[in-house]
Design a protein around this ligand. Structure first.
Ligand code: SF4
Ligand code: SF4
Length: 371
């Protein structure tokens, strides 16, 4: 048993209980620490597992609109503002917006496929003083190019990493979406990233959204999942910090041996997301559907939406509306799993580890997602 893990777990549960209590009492809650900006759905690649392809939009927030929102967000102490997409660099104003956020005292970052990060762009990124950059890499050259449907995508991602490293742009992490199509390259990707000097590697499994909505053939089977956990347990912190992304908020019996700290879903507790059209929802991966929209920043301020919305997360509705979760011994370790994975019936670690996932929405909340 890791003592630091247990202390963190105690703190997280205490924090969640406070949110629950204050929501029941209709009192205000602490402001978010992480706000994602789902800035565009346009992309220059066409990945087989793309979750961002779940919706398309005719227009996006303008530079002035997002700057106005940043003015509001900057009232929160020590808040992080991170851009994701689509490919964020298809917005010409990305660095202008991130620089503005930085000038207002926010931490800033973005997640990118790296395709447009030339040497010149890397210099501009450095000037914007961005705090955190994540580049996606899904395999060795042939596999990555196949998954991303572009023969230059691997070369571009590696060049982006090198261009940023050369001029010492800090805190670079790499994200890999692991499916049966790249699972056998896990070790080789690890070696590749170590050779590049990467210090943080984020591994996620497929989410049942966008092009991966019918994701049965892209989901790891129980044996692959178990060997992923063994791999992380055996390699974590040797060459780099390896962490399993938060769409698996609870890993069952593997949890403490694989993770440094708890990774519960942060939606409505510490995090939320501003969508392409200004709709506010939990995270970029969640579909933009009425059940998950908490407000729109063109009609109300982000701070008001945070206080008035997100009740289902704070009241742990996923647990209390799911027969299976309410009777589960781990409900206070897991809180019902990831809300996005729930859409495809892949939210429960015990199902993922022991049998075929049911691939059906597990409660009425999401039944419309699969219509
Ligand atoms: S039954 Fe629900 S609470 Fe229990 S592990 Fe599965 S998803 Fe989590
Ligand atoms: S809903 Fe899922 S993907 Fe979104 S923040 Fe929560 S755990 Fe992560």
């Amino acid at each position: 048993m890791k003592i630091t893990y247990q202390i963190d777990k105690f703190a997280v549960n205490f924090f969640r209980k406070q949110f629950y209590k204050r929501t029941i009492e209709n009192k205000s809650v602490r402001l978010p620490k992480f706000i994602a900006w789902d800035c565009t759905r346009r992309c220059n690649l066409h990945c087989e597992h793309c979750g961002a392809s779940k919706e398309s939009y005719e227009s996006e927030l303008t530079t002035d609109e997002i700057k106005k929102i940043i003015n509001d967000i900057s009232k929160i102490k020590r808040c992080f503002f991170g851009a994701t997409g689509g490919e964020p660099f298809l917005r010409n104003d990305l660095l202008e917006v991130l620089s503005y956020a930085k000038s207002k005292g926010l931490g800033t970052g973005f997640a990118s496929n790296g395709f447009l990060i030339s040497k010149e762009k890397a210099e501009e990124i450095k000037k914007s003083k961005v705090d955190s950059i994540q580049i996606s890499l899904d395999g060795l050259e042939e596999t990555h190019n196949k998954i991303r449907n572009n023969p230059k995508s691997f070369f571009s991602a590696i060049e982006a990493i090198k261009n940023l490293q050369e001029i010492k742009v800090p805190i670079l992490s790499v994200a890999t979406t692991l499916t049966p199509n790249n699972f056998d390259e896990l070790e080789e990707i690890h070696n590749l990233l170590a050779g590049l000097g990467i210090k943080k590697w984020r591994i996620v499994i497929i989410m049942p959204i966008g092009r991966a909505e019918d994701s049965k053939n892209l989901q790891l089977n129980p044996d692959q999942l178990k060997s992923l956990f063994s791999f992380v347990r055996n390699n974590n912190h040797k060459k780099m910090y390896i962490y399993i992304g938060e769409n698996l908020p609870f890993l069952g019996e593997y949890e403490e041996s694989v993770r440094d700290e708890p990774a519960l879903c942060p939606v409505g507790i510490t995090a939320c997301c501003i969508g392409v059209n200004g709709n506010v929802r939990g995270c970029p991966e969640q579909p933009d559907i009425p059940e998950l929209i908490e407000g729109n920043i063109k009609e109300d301020s982000i701070l008001n939406i945070w206080q008035k919305g997100f009740k289902k997360y704070r009241l742990n509705e996923a647990v209390y509306t799911d027969k299976k979760c309410i009777n589960c011994k781990d409900r206070n370790n897991c809180y019902g799993g990831c809300w996005v994975m729930r859409i495809g019936g892949t939210n429960c670690i015990y199902d993922l580890l022991n049998k075929e996932f049911c691939n059906q929405a597990t409660d009425v909340f999401f039944s419309r997602c699969r219509i």
